[in-house]
Design a protein around this ligand. Sequence first.
Ligand code: GLN
Length: 480
Amino acid sequence: MAELSKKTIQQIQVDLKSGNTSCETLVSDYLQKIEANKHLNAYLEVFGEEAKERAKELDKKLAEGKPTGKLFGCVIAIKDNICYKQHKVSAGSKILEGFTSLYSSTVVERLLAEDAIIIGRTNCDEFAMGSSNENSAYGNVLNAQDNSRVPGGSSGGSAVVVQAGLCQASLGSDTGGSIRQPAAFCGLVGLKPTYGRVSRYGLIAYASSFDQIGPFTHNVEDAALLMEIISGKDNYDSTSSSEKVPAYSAELSFEKKARIAVFPTTLQSDGLNAEVKATVENILSDLKNEGHTVEEVGFDLLEYLISTYYVLTTAEASSNLARFDGVHYGYRSKNANEMDPVYKRSRTEGFGKEVKNRIMLGTFVLSSGYYDAYYSRAQKVRRILTDKIRGIFKEYDFILMPTSPTVAFKFGEKTDNPVEMYLADIYTVLANLTGIPAISLPLAEDKNGLPIGVQILADKFQESQLLAFSEKMMHIESSK
Ligand code: GLN
């Protein structure tokens, strides 16, 4: 079983088609392993019976010689902010406790259309706000490698279910790093696609102009295959792009020499752990040795990233979360019976502390008198950043930097200091602010064996190049 989860989706399909295993066996193995790893608190709900039924149907389909989908037999978990018809979805919040989705997100429809098996929904920080999974109303998710450490956030559950071999792959969402940072903390590949590459229909919104859904996998090949399926225009999301979706999984060879930009400021940053820094420096020198161009490019905007990100995302969140009012969805306070108190009390009791902090901050930066000083100024910084990045990609194929300044930290280490927690996102928010794709690759370990993630960023809609180059990097580093 442990080996099974390390196989690629394609390899598992070879096993399925040659009769070495069956969808039913795969599902029952995963269910056993999920049961044995309950303490990780990675799944909020396991769709056990349903997954078994579906496995049976899929096995029958294969036995009857009917055509099978590209994700045939692939056992997948989804983050608890991705809607799946007639299944509960709570965004890790008490305010959506007991709420059942009336429709499926486009990504879920697309997975199912390709014969994937959705095995459960995964724990996450409430409304995807957090960097450590310590903000879920349903408890912490434990890093499977070291239970005293966080798995990262906000898609911590989606990372741990793959890390611990409790499914083949999973989907998370990334507004400021929530796929890449947990992937880095758990030794996985995590991709945040270009804004608009993947439909957000059916994703519970945090900050709509930043949010993207993306995959967690053990390898680049599976990430490419999943991207090929979930990407593309969707009439239900007007921000989804009609840019053609390449066959990413068939385009994984990278023959040319890459031009790579490095921002010296990212390696001089205060909180950067020495081993993470050394890892990035070693990788850059490996790349040079392989004949790629690695050049330093001035980037003096690093110190503005976190504040810009938190002004804009909290502003958007304060608007998006207004709909959770105790009337439309989920939780309603029992301590109120008039309209205003119903809203007030339901929100006071239903939302957790971090979410309330952010709603208040977002309301403040949008309020008259402060709008120009915060929201409108942050929008200008976002534009400057986007122009700067666009200029860099005229000359370079990729930008390389750490995914996170540290390896997985201990529970409680940063909970008393929100600013320190926010600084954990210093390298990830750039891609969301500028709408570009970025991937975290598990390229090294620190002296204690904890995974170190390296991040590669590419120009808009260059996922094909990004994935191919990532595949190359995985080989360069594993052959050392
Ligand atoms: N850690 C970041 C935040 O708290 C990113 C979250 C995310 O990408 N959903 O906002």
